[in-house]
Design a protein around this ligand. Structure first.
Ligand code: EPS
Length: 387
């Protein structure tokens, strides 16, 4: 399985082409639109989210509500395009004078990108480095989530920290869906209502001072059988693949799995998960500090990952920079932007990890159709149970 996305933030549309989804996966546009709407929500977003109402158009690969096995093309139009048609025109000699962006924002792709691609106008970099691109990845991830649901795998995300406000509430063992119902109700996607309010207040404060806020989100993936990924080669390791997926989201600066960095500070006896066996459960772990991954493979426990997002680099009270026209000190470009996008990042985290898991499932079990995939997984699950 593979996919590509294309599109500029203020261009006509975002597009994704996906290859390798098995045939006969039921897929309604509403399933994708629901995920797109979740990504757009979140306290702390800027004016752009009032303009956009992301809706997917399916251009290929799905017929009568079901996948065909052929490449799937998804398109999400940018409603803001009508305000940018001239500035973003693909034609040369647009009649309006285009104001070049020459004051790179510290923390953004502006400076390195403009040097690397020899662009005098940094808009030619920021349009593609913008996190608008993640709308396409969430649409792709919605399909992966749909596939995983069919085989009993569920992916959830929530916010655990925003600036220096942290929630002490962790995902409960067993049935986490009630906890995640609470998360869906929170404007900052936090499972604890009291902390949600504190987080919203922190966003208000950052906004009032022209600043931005980062945070940490957590992803949980349940229902994965033992043995996804592999210990035998570096690029087949499940943890490596998931970390890469999360790190590829705009603004992510760190990834943890299970105890993560904390495991480096604790003795082995407080890090590793002891193994038990019962008739009812089969083999199981007494704790899940490894976050469901050992030796680059799933160990049957839920996978738990965290992503740390830096504060958005477009500040209303801008940082110091250099004007690339004359190398004089100036203040960075101020573009309309969000104050905080961590709640959205948790939805994007679900999407990119769901894609990676779906890909690994197909690598292990193969199948041109959903029926084949389900049958092979069922057989394997039976085998694991009787070990
Ligand atoms: C972004 C800047 C803002 C965000 C955008 C990401 O866009 P604009 O410059 O048009 O106001 O709103 O995010 C989205 C458009 C989105 O759909 O998430 C950036 O610089 O990364």
């Amino acid at each position: 399985m593979r996919y590509l996305t294309a599109g500029e933030s203020h261009g006509p549309a975002l597009t994704a082409v996906i290859e390798g989804i098995p045939a006969n996966l039921p897929l309604a546009p509403d399933l994708i639109n629901g995920e797109l709407a979740r990504r757009q929500m979140g306290y702390g977003r800027g004016g752009r989210m009032l303009i956009e109402k992301d809706q997917v158009e399916i251009l290929s690969g799905i017929r009568n509500g079901s996948t065909l096995g052929s490449p799937i093309t998804l398109q999400i139009r940018n409603r803001d395009w009508i305000n940018w048609e001239k500035i973003m025109s693909p034609l040369s000699g647009a009649e309006i004078e285009i104001k070049k962006i020459t004051r790179p924002r510290p923390g953004h792709a502006d400076l390195s990108g403009s040097i690397k691609y020899q662009q005098g106008d940094m808009r030619n970099i920021l349009e593609r480095s913008s996190a608008r691109e993640t709308a396409a990845r969430v649409a792709v991830g919605a399909i992966a989530k749909g596939l995983l649901r069919e085989i009993g795998v569920f992916v959830w995300g929530h916010v655990v920290a925003l600036g220096n406000v942290q929630t002490g509430k962790t995902i409960p063992d067993g049935e986490p869906s009630e906890f995640f119902n609470q998360v869906e109700k929170s404007p900052v996607r936090c499972g604890d209502p009291e902390t949600s309010h504190k987080m919203m207040f922190a966003i208000d404060q950052a906004k009032a001072t022209g600043d931005t806020l980062g945070g940490i989100f957590e992803i949980m993936i349940a229902g994965i059988p033992i043995g996804l990924g592999s210990h035998v080669h570096w690029d087949r390791k499940l943890d490596g693949r998931l970390a890469c997926a999360l790190m590829s989201i705009q603004g992510i600066k760190g990834v943890e799995i299970g105890l993560g960095f904390q495991s480096a500070r604790l003795p082995g006896s407080q890090v590793h998960d002891e193994i038990g066996y019962s008739q009812a459960k089969g083999l199981y772990r007494m704790t899940n500090r490894a976050g469901g991954i050992e030796g680059g493979m799933s160990n049957g426990e839920p996978i738990v990952l965290r992503g740390a997002m830096k504060p958005i680099p477009t500040l209303i009270k801008p940082l110091n920079t250099v004007d690339m026209e004359n190398k004089c000190p100036v203040q960075a470009q101020v573009e309309r932007s969000d104050v905080c996008a961590v709640p959205a990042a948790s939805v994007i985290g679900e999407a990119v990890t769901a894609w990676e898991i779906a890909q690994l499932v197909l690598e292990k079990f193969g199948g041109d159709t959903m029926a084949e995939l389900k049958e092979r997984m069922e057989e394997y699950r039976k085998y694991v149970k009787q070990v």
